[in-house]
Write a protein that binds this ligand. Structure first.
Ligand code: F3S
Length: 654
């Protein structure tokens, strides 16, 4: 394949100058309208910080604004000056000449007639300089509208063809009483057109590169197409496909005046790459290799693949899939890119391929890579077998041992059949006929748990309330799942009363509210409490107990320094050894025994430390005192005669 570039193509001097001026003006500059008709170049300028704007009114004073090669009318210069903008004038010198000619004709009393396209920005700018009466003529029909006998100053759009100019200018001159002509055609356009036509006559394919929004490049394409039936108009190399160049031995390349060199180079490089690939494939294609191609058509029993080779690749139905569907269209579609193994590089001029074999080879390669990288793969559970489950992983049969199915023990795997589960490859054997892949879902779950745990430990705080589910019971407490992480409620934190075993109040699966007591991030331990979210019964029990009150109870426990007495309302209080008897005793057991009923006096109730202090001695003393008082009350005479000599209240206190 030979590639020939047109003698003249790409940026003209005017466009090159405009792009250079814009690039030199640097980031933060603006162009009034897109600088040229090429979207890729405009994007490149935007990346450099040179932004197109539609109007000068939004720009701040001092901003740099570039007037493009098509030129601007006088009002744009006036607005820019009034708004204190710095104008970088990239008007092409040829266009400037046309603008000046129009202005001069107007000043000299001629009506300006522009030969060109009325909507083209260049013509609009020239018209603005030619005064209010300027008229644009684009075809011979429009000349009929021109009043006869006028004084006409004829200016021409720089990109107009010589033929159109000659024809229209002579018609206009014929209608005029007097006329003057400024021949402002730029030869850059005609040079490019002529060079493209010369080339188009000698090649079998012509590539025209340029912006689809460029009138100039569209016109170039039309001219070229008249001389080359396989003319391809593209904006970028990406649009070029190998099938466009099929059977092309000699390719010509041309480009519009607004097409940058780098875009043209990209197109040529791509064609050269295609050539290399094509030739390489022809030279090196071998059975057993895996190649990638694009589905070009689908027949009833085979799929055709474009493999960038002189011949198409063919995949027979049986080689498309292990269980091929009736309609191969349900498997692939035209344009899909698929990999296949070469079975026969040249069978009756075709390359015979197998997708099934390629899939298998690629799957084992993927599995090996997944094992090395610790990648998680999606699998489909296919069956329950002895010792675990089988899965389909990348089209290969894999095995997950029972201990690797979950982090917890699962009794019955059968509900998992048909489910998709994630797993990691933990063992792989792919030697000749020995092929085996062992996976672990547990590893994936452990990783997920670790991630959840990390997130959880970062946010959980003591004093927070959580809803959780009882996940496990132990003798010392219950584990509660509070969002992927288990915390422990110790048996002593389960209730205000004594709990013999967690199962007395909880079952696995119960939903409970818990309070976070302590978080040990380093050791990953969370202490929870059920008890602290329940009202403390001690306070309701002691509600009726007051200091000085005499209550009845039973000795419940001996200590070296006293005894506990269980009161009738189930509150327990301490009688210190010094409060057991009026006389000094060595140990509580010498005067009391467990279960013995006693009367106690409440010495104090400490709500903070939840302690009740009691006294047996004082209760006894109070009882005796009361008895004596009663006795005195009953024996009035004695009280009167003794009372005159003693202070009885002091005697009672003693
Ligand atoms: Fe100027 Fe001619 Fe190019 S007019 S912008 S040099 S095509």
């Amino acid at each position: 394949m030979k590639i020939t570039k047109a003698k003249y193509m790409g940026f003209c001097q005017g466009v090159k100058r405009a792009v250079n001026l814009a690039t030199e003006s640097g980031a933060g500059s603006y162009t009034l309208g897109p600088l040229i008709h090429n979207p890729q170049m405009i994007n490149r300028l935007k990346k450099q910080g040179i932004t197109p704007v539609d109007s000068l009114y939004g720009l701040k004073a001092g901003s740099k604004v570039i007037f493009r090669s098509h030129g601007e009318g006088p009002s744009s210069y006036n607005i820019a000056q009034a708004r204190e903008l710095t104008v970088i004038d990239a008007t092409c010198p040829h266009v400037k000449k046309a603008q000046e000619a129009a202005e001069k004709f107007c000043q000299d009393g001629y009506r300006v007639v522009i030969i060109g396209e009325a909507k083209h920005p260049e013509v609009i700018s020239i018209k603005a300089w030619g005064g209010a009466n300027t008229i644009v003529i684009g075809s011979s029909d429009e000349v009929d509208n021109l009043p006869a006998g006028g004084r006409y100053g004829i200016v021409v759009q720089t990109t107009c063809t010589e033929d159109a100019f000659q024809k229209l200018s002579s018609l206009i001159t014929d209608k005029a009483s007097e006329s003057k002509v400024a021949r402002t055609i730029c030869k850059a356009t005609s040079e490019r057109q002529q060079a493209a036509v010369e080339l188009a006559k000698n090649v079998d394919t012509m590539i025209v590169v340029g912006g689809k929004n460029s009138a100039n490049t569209n016109h170039l394409r039309d001219i070229v197409a008249e001389h080359c039936s396989n003319t391809i108009f593209i904006e970028t190399a990406d649009e070029l496909l190998s099938e466009m160049l099929e059977n092309s031995k000699h390719i010509g390349v041309t480009a519009g005046a607004s097409t940058p060199d780098w875009l043209i180079e990209e197109v040529i490089n791509k064609m050269e790459e295609m050539q290399t690939i094509g030739e390489g494939a022809i030279a090196n294609i071998k059975a057993g290799e895996i190649i990638t191609g694009v589905v070009s058509s689908i027949a009833k029993d085979e799929v055709y693949l474009d493999i960038q080779h002189k011949s198409d690749g063919i995949i027979l139905r049986s080689e498309m899939s292990l269980l091929p569907p009736d309609d191969l269209n349900s498997l692939v579609k035209v344009g899909d890119s698929i990999s296949a193994m070469i079975i026969n590089p040249d069978k009756d001029g075709c390359v015979i391929l197998s997708k099934v074999r390629a899939d298998s080879v690629l799957a084992w390669e993927r599995l090996a890579a997944a094992q090395e990288n610790g990648e998680t793969l999606e699998t489909l559970v296919t069956a329950v077998v002895k010792g675990g489950i089988t899965v389909d992983v990348l089209g290969v049969r894999g095995f997950i041992p029972a201990s690797h199915v979950d982090v917890h023990r699962i009794e019955d795997f059968s509900p998992m059949v048909g489910q998709k589960i994630s797993a990691k490859v933990i063992e792989l054997e792919n030697e000749g006929t020995r092929k085996r892949v062992v996976l672990s879902r547990r590893e994936v779950l452990k990783e997920e748990k670790a991630v959840k745990e990390k997130e959880f430990y970062n946010k959980i705080k003591s004093g927070e309330k959580y809803e959780g589910t009882v996940s496990r019971l132990a003798n010392f407490g219950a584990f509660i799942d509070i969002g992927g992480v288990d915390g422990l409620v110790h048996i002593s934190d389960m209730a205000w009363h004594r709990v013999k075993h967690p199962s007395d109040i909880l079952n696995v699966g119960d939903k409970v509210q818990v309070l976070v007591q302590k978080v040990d991030v380093e050791n990953k331990k969370i202490s929870l409490s059920l008890r602290d979210l329940q009202p403390d019964p001690w306070f309701s029990v002691i509600a009726g107990i007051k200091e000085g009150q005499i209550l009845e109870g039973k000795v419940s426990k001996f200590l070296p320094f006293g005894v506990f007495v269980l009161l009738e309302n189930n509150a327990e209080g301490l009688v210190h050894i010094s409060e057991i008897a009026e006389e000094r005793i060595d140990k509580p057991e010498s005067v009391l025994k467990e279960g013995q009923p006693v009367k106690v006096k409440v010495l104090g109730v400490d709500k903070k430390s939840k302690k009740i202090s009691l006294s047996i001695a004082q209760a006894k003393h109070d009882a005796e005192k009361n008895e004596f008082k009663e006795y005195l009350a009953e024996n009035n005479e004695f009280t009167t005669s003794i009372g005159s000599k003693f202070d009885l209240s002091k005697l009672l206190d003693k």
